[in-house]
Every structure is written in structure tokens, then in C-alpha cells.
Design a protein around this ligand. Structure first.
Ligand SMILES: Nc1nc2c(ncn2[C@@H]2O[C@H](COP(=O)(O)OP(=O)(O)OP(=O)(O)O)[C@@H](O)[C@H]2O)c(=O)[nH]1
Ligand SMILES: [Mg+2]
Length: 381
């Protein structure tokens, strides 16, 4: 522990404290030092020279965890891109590691030309990854367009808050859930049945964490596109976590960075099964603070606690519906089906070959139907 105004440029710690650290490393025969903050390339290099062992910073550790969790093609590319961007300014130091690991004699590392070549190779790979990611993202944008007629919900929140568990509980399908950080790196979307025949498309997203390395935020920005287009964000909070308030602040900060902080949001305090009655009462009072987003309390493991959430989603879907009268040729099965599926049909009558329907429908559906030949729509309300 050391109290300093700001991290020192050479060792992050003060010089004396850094020497103490080196002493501690020797005494304990440690093989690795991890800093819970980001180190500049120079700080990392100086600390390694001083301690004689590998020094990792928070960013590198998180990148490592991400690398082991990434499963899809896209997530792997995003992680590799972030790793290379992290590596580039630290290349010289990494080289020294390699030569140590390989028991190399020339601990001075590579010559300048070798470094230049490596830098160029990495630069080329970064450009290639960026290009491939763009292509994947274009394909995803097309896929998202296909979801426009549906009410869309995105789960966001601190890592391990229970987002995947909630998706699983709401949709009834299995989702990768594990008690470890960053279990989910890839967004995945499931249909969740709600009451009265309504349904919502719910998307799981990558978890946030305090001091998320900025390379990663940039890489995962596209992964969060789904959240950008969602009708409502469910900000999932682990209500049982001792740091729940600061975790909530961190998530709000990241959402603000991503310009998602003004999207309609519902706070979902999850894991209430782990709270005792007094805690739960205190939590409910706190959440009712004026000006904050509406809050619900749930447990992904206790199905009945999800009813209020489902009801809230139905209420939001309903309030977004507009009443319309539609006249369609009876042969327009597609349009009729869409009205029944995505809207709420109030009445239907037939006059010869023309079907007349009065229905409540989401704006997105109305927009889609307006372009269809033979379909006439008038707003009634
Ligand atoms: N007791 C209890 N445990 C829960 C609840 N919801 C989730 N968990 C547990 O919390 C851990 C994390 O759950 P996940 O659903 O993987 O969390 P996540 O938010 O998707 O995490 P990342 O994908 O890492 O961001 C798992 O061990 C779950 O079983 C809950 O309501 N009550
Ligand atoms: Mg998850």
C-alpha cells in the first residue's frame, strides 16, 4: 500500500516502494506480479527490470481472460485485435520475455530491424482483422434489420451479475452460465414468451468491469450494437454483491461512454434469493429514489420473481402500440399473420375478397406493412 498523488512515470509506485516490491518478489520467490491498473509500456519495462520477473497489468490480465473465453469467430478476432493493439507499444519488452522463456542468452532482445519487421507484421494483421470484422458487422446489421418488427430487450450489466441466467430463465433455453468473470463474450438472442401471447427478443451482452481496458471497449462497441437498437435495456445488478452500488456506477459510466445512458432502462436487482428480508426492504426503498430508472427485484433462480418483469415488458409493448384499421386482400396471408403475431387484433370482418381488421400494432410493423401492395392502413386513434 502506498499513498501517492499520482502514479510515478518510472515505476508507477514511488522508487522506494518499487524496490520494496522487488525485495518482496525475491523473498517469496514470486514468478509474476500483477498490477490492478494499467501500466504504461515504460512502467512495465522498468518494473520488470527491477523485479526480474514478469509484470502484468490489469488490461493484459483481462485480455488474457477474454482470450480464453472467446468462442465465436467474431469474438476471437475482436480479442486478437485488442491484444495486438496492446502489444504494439510494448513489443520490445515482450521480446525480452520470449528470449527468457526460451532460455535465450542474448537478453538484450531483438535488433532494431527485427523490431521494425515485427511492428510492420502486426500492423498488417491489425488492418486485416479490422477489415474482416467490418464484413462480419455488416452481416450482423442485416440480421438486426430482420428483427425490426419485434420488441427488443438487451441485458447489460457488470460481469457475473446474472445476465445469461436471466436470459435462460426468460427464454427457457440454455445459455452459457458460469460463476466466473466474462462467461459470455458473444451476444446471443432468444425469443422470450411473455403473458397474453406477447413475446420479446432478448439479447445477452458482454459483461462490464471496473477499469475496462479501453482497447476492449472499442473492440466490443459493435457487440453492443444490439443494445443500441433495443426498445428497452435491462440493467442487471447482483443485489447480493457487497460492491453492488459501485458496480452499478461502473456500468452507468460505460453505458454513458457508449452513449447508451439515455435509452429507456429498467434496473433489475437480481439474486434477491440471497438477501434476507431486511436487506431486501432496504434495497427497495433505496431504489425508489426520485429521478432514477424504475427498478424491479428478481432472482433468475426463482421463476415466480420474474412475473413482474414480464408484466412490465408487456406494458411497454402495449404502450408502444398504435390502433390502426387495415384493409387487405384475403389472399394477403402474410400480412394477416403478421398482424396476429406481432399486434393485437381487436376485430376482423370480411367483405368479399377484402378483409378489414382493426388492430393495435407496433410502429415498426405499421412501417413494414405500409409498403405492401394492396394493403391500406389508416390510424384510428
Ligand atoms: N443465487 C443466485 N445465483 C444466481 C442468480 N442469477 C445468477 N446466479 C449465478 O451467478 C453466476 C453468474 O451468472 P451468469 O448468468 O453467468 O452471469 P453473467 O451476468 O451472464 O456474467 P458474464 O457473462 O460473465 O458477464 C452463476 O453462478 C449463476 O448461477 C440468482 O438469481 N440467484
Ligand atoms: Mg453471461
Amino acid at each position: 500500500m502506498q499513498r501517492i498523488h499520482r502514479p510515478g512515470p518510472r515505476f508507477y509506485l514511488g522508487k522506494g516502494k518499487a524496490e520494496e516490491l522487488a525485495e518482496e518478489v525475491r523473498r517469496r520467490e514470486a514468478e509474476l506480479v500483477i498490477f490492478d491498473d494499467e501500466l504504461t509500456p515504460a512502467q512495465g519495462k522498468n518494473l520488470e527490470e527491477l523485479c526480474g520477473v514478469r509484470v502484468m497489468d490489469r488490461a493484459e490480465l483481462i485480455l488474457d481472460i477474454f482470450a480464453t473465453r472467446a468462442r465465436t469467430y467474431e469474438a476471437r478476432m475482436q480479442v486478437e485485435l485488442a491484444q495486438l493493439q496492446y502489444l504494439l507499444p510494448r513489443l520490445r519488452r515482450m521480446w525480452i520475455h520470449l528470449s527468457r522463456i526460451r532460455g535465450g542468452i542474448g537478453l538484450r532482445g531483438p535488433g532494431e530491424t527485427q523490431l521494425e519487421t515485427d511492428r510492420r507484421l502486426i500492423g498488417t494483421r491489425i488492418a486485416e482483422l479490422r477489415r474482416k470484422l467490418k464484413a462480419v458487422q455488416r452481416a450482423q446489421a442485416t440480421q438486426r434489420k430482420g428483427r425490426r418488427g419485434h420488441f427488443r430487450v438487451a441485458l447489460v450489466g457488470y460481469t457475473n451479475a446474472g445476465k445469461s441466467s436471466l436470459l435462460q430463465a426468460l427464454s427457457g433455453s440454455t445459455q452459457f452460465v458460469e460463476d466466473r468473470l466474462f462467461a459470455t463474450l458473444d451476444p446471443s438472442t432468444r425469443m422470450a414468451p411473455l403473458d397474453d401471447g406477447y413475446e420479446a427478443l432478448v439479447t445477452d451482452t458482454v459483461g462490464f468491469i471496473r477499469k475496462l481496458p479501453h482497447h476492449l471497449i472499442a473492440s466490443f462497441r459493435s457487440t453492443l450494437e444490439e443494445a443500441r437498437e433495443a426498445d428497452v435495456l435491462l440493467h442487471v445488478i447482483d443485489a447480493s454483491h457487497p460492491d453492488r452500488d459501485s458496480q452499478q456506477q461502473v456500468v452507468r459510466g460505460v453505458l454513458a461512454d457508449l452513449e447508451l445512458d439515455r435509452r429507456p432502462t429498467i434496473l433489475v436487482f437480481n439474486k434477491i434469493d440471497l438477501l434476507d428480508a431486511d436487506d431486501l426492504l432496504a434495497l427497495k426503498e433505496q431504489a425508489a429514489a426520485p429521478g432514477s430508472w424504475p427498478a424491479l427485484h428478481a432472482s433468475a433462480l426463482v421463476p415466480a420473481t420474474l412475473d413482474p418483469l414480464r408484466q412490465e415488458l408487456v406494458a411497454r409493448i402495449r404502450s408502444g402500440l398504435r390502433e390502426i384499421a387495415v384493409e387487405v386482400p384475403a389472399s394477403e396471408g402474410r400480412t394477416l399473420a403478421a398482424l396476429y403475431e406481432e399486434g393485437e387484433v381487436l376485430s376482423q370482418s370480411q367483405d368479399g375478397c377484402t378483409v378489414r381488421i382493426v388492430a393495435k400494432a407496433p410502429a415498426a410493423l405499421i412501417g413494414r406493412l405500409q409498403g405492401r401492395a394492396g394493403v391500406q392502413i389508416t390510424e384510428t386513434a
